[in-house]
Ligand binder design. Sequence first.
Ligand SMILES: [Zn+2]
Length: 195
Amino acid sequence: MQLVTLDAAPNAAGQPLFVEFVNTLHWYEGAPIELIGSEPEFAAWLLEHGLPAVDVPGCLPEVHRLREHVRGATEALTRRREVPEVDMQALQIALSAPTGSLRLVDSQSARPQLNFATDAAAADVFSFEIALSVALFLRSPQRKRLKLCANPGCGFAFVDTSINATRRWCFMRFCGNRVKVRAFRGRQKTGGRAL
Ligand SMILES: [Zn+2]
């Protein structure tokens, strides 16, 4: 049996699980960077994110399909649009797949946890956790802070946790500086000055 926390907090950097998951595929100068392209890579990613192992050979195509739907939802949210029906449907299916029951864990502590106990297959529990992360985010005040990196060739998603919500880049040292250098060179070319 697996227990899934229903009120999972974002990680230390303020990023919900689904954002971490969608970023396992992003782009560098338009070329894909795939972080979970093999089963060992996926296993390592799960471990890194404190998730139970999914020891199901051949599960990756399904995981990648789920990620496409999560990207569809993420991109819609960053544009303040409704999540496309096809993506929402896939998330609803993932949410409703595992059957189980609710458990209040550490009920006497200051922070009791509401958990979902299920005997569903590990792959279904994984999809459920990702879909749950999206579902909780839809009702969170952070929803308006979901962004894509301002470098259009990157595709990296993040929740902007800066005080004034002014973050634009995945990481300044990657995209921010690169785009700035390009813009600077562009200005030099179009500036009309002989160099
Ligand atoms: Zn970027």
